[in-house]
Design a protein. Structure first.
Length: 232
């Protein structure tokens, strides 16, 4: 079986990526019809971590990080590595030294459906990482894989150049072709939420604001002044 590293990929407009990153994972997920979320087990190694950028995808063998090293050469500043093992694995594929190398080449962050190590050092580097696990179990560099092919990472299909947005709420992927439209929808959602926030801040109830009283009635829910006694 042959393997490949694709050097050139199409990337979204930088302003679109910035807009999506500012909106955040929860808003973007809602704005694109509640699609694109990676599995909720994907957690940042430090709470303040956040990133948005084009995906450089890596299909990698279990217990072998050769292709992460190979991918760095074809990255551009602002890219986000998206690593998907071909079989389930929680080994620590990525640590401080790879983090230093990534930062030297302008790579913005890492999404990996496996384990990482040296989390204290990566946090000190301020290099944002979302992973399935933290493990000191090391890897080898013997097995070929692929860079910049479609991969499934933590349950989500990711194509090279898709936009990855990640923060404390998790990770979401936006197809490159839809990025501008989703960014616009996200901005509109944020504006709508600000108006809602003001009304709620002034004390208006969500029951009234969202028209939920009629929904309660439809569902047979009633307000009563006090509970009926169950004692005979």
């Amino acid at each position: 079986m042959s393997h490949k590293i694709i050097r050139r990929i199409s990337r979204p407009d930088a302003e679109t990526v910035k807009s999506l990153g500012s909106a955040g994972v929860a808003t973007v997920h809602e704005a694109q019809g509640r699609t694109g979320l990676l599995r909720p087990y994907m957690r940042p190694i430090y709470p303040a971590a956040r990133v948005a950028g084009p995906a450089v995808t890596i299909s990698i063998a279990p217990g072998d990080n050769l292709m992460i090293h190979a991918s760095i050469e074809v990255c551009k500043p602002g890219d986000v590595l998206v690593v998907a093992p071909t079989s389930e694995c929680t080994d620590g594929y990525f640590g401080e030294l790879l983090g230093v190398s990534c930062q030297a080449h302008g790579i913005a962050g890492l999404i990996i459906d496996a384990g990482v190590r040296d989390t204290a050092e990566l946090t000190a580097l301020n290099f944002p990482v979302w992973s399935k696990a933290v493990s000191s179990q090391g890897t080898v560099k013997n097995v070929p894989g692929d860079v910049n092919i479609p991969v499934v990472c933590a349950g989500a299909l990711v194509h090279p150049g898709d936009v990855i947005i990640a923060d404390a709420d998790g990770v979401v992927v936006v197809a490159r072709e839809q990025a501008a439209a989703v960014a616009k929808a996200s901005e509109q959602r944020l504006a709508k939420e600000e108006k809602t926030r003001e009304r709620l801040r002034k004390g208006e109830l969500g029951l009234d604001f969202y028209g939920l009283r009629s929904k309660l009635t439809e569902l047979g829910v009633e307000f009563v002044d006090e509970a009926e006694s169950s004692v005979a």
